[in-house]
Design a protein around this ligand. Structure first.
Ligand SMILES: CC(C)(COP(=O)(O)OP(=O)(O)OC[C@H]1O[C@@H](n2cnc3c(N)ncnc32)[C@H](O)[C@@H]1OP(=O)(O)O)[C@@H](O)C(=O)NCCC(=O)NCCS
Length: 176
């Protein structure tokens, strides 16, 4: 059964086919994709992302949730735990929100319950996050969540014709 999660203000639910409209809105929005690795210029192309979410669940290689208001009436964004490697007890953390909902502690609140789920229900020991070195919102969020900076992969990808640096952050489960 899908692990729906609840926090004080949020519902983290399964991503459904109709969410493609909001996923396209987010992953084509200039402010979101400025620092996000994945973007789409057409609605149809966004199906690739929907398939990525669905396959993660189907193949048991990760988890992903739509971040919504408690009554499920507002779609805020998506949070993922992809690249789950059970033999090493590790996965990655990823997230994006529609800009109208930034700086309201939503990413932090969603990530806190997802991290708790990863550590307690998925038996994960290490969570990694990669972020562009000028993505100050994501860096601040990761630090607030307790992630530690581990290093910078210099000029490791090309974005819009320019090399970018990706910083690595990780959080370890010290209890298990
Ligand atoms: C990264 C992102 C999810 C943060 O979401 P958010 O809900 O605004 O984050 P929160 O409100 O939980 O903020 C967490 C901390 O980061 C700080 N912060 C958020 N955005 C910031 C920004 N642009 N610059 C500096 N600090 C920022 C907040 O002030 C808060 O710290 P504080 O409590 O000490 O004040 C959002 O900016 C986003 O969707 N960005 C585009 C997609 C993206 O970059 N995803 C991550 C890829 S690695």
């Amino acid at each position: 059964m899908f692990p729906t999660l609840h926090t004080h203000r949020l519902l983290l639910r399964e991503i459904i086919a109709e969410d493609i409209h909001k996923v396209f809105e987010g992953l084509s929005h200039p402010d979101v994709i400025k620092h996000y690795g994945i973007s789409f210029t057409t609605f149809d192309a966004t199906q690739e992302q929907m398939d990525w979410y669905a396959n993660m669940i189907k193949n048991d290689t990760g988890r992903c949730w739509a971040i919504c208001s408690k009554d499920n009436s507002i779609f805020y964004g998506v949070i993922t735990l992809p690249f789950w490697e059970k033999q090493h007890r590790k996965a990655e953390l990823g997230y994006w929100l529609l800009p109208a909902f930034w700086k309201q502690n939503i990413a932090t609140e969603a990530a806190q319950i997802v991290i708790e789920y990863a550590f307690n229900k998925m038996n994960i020991h290490r969570l990694k996050a990669e972020t562009e070195d000028d993505n100050f919102g994501s860096i601040a969020t990761l630090k607030k969540l307790g992630f530690l900076y581990e290093g910078t992969q210099r000029e490791c990808e090309i974005k819009d014709g320019k090399f970018i640096n990706l910083e690595i952050y990780a959080l370890l489960n010290k209890q298990a």
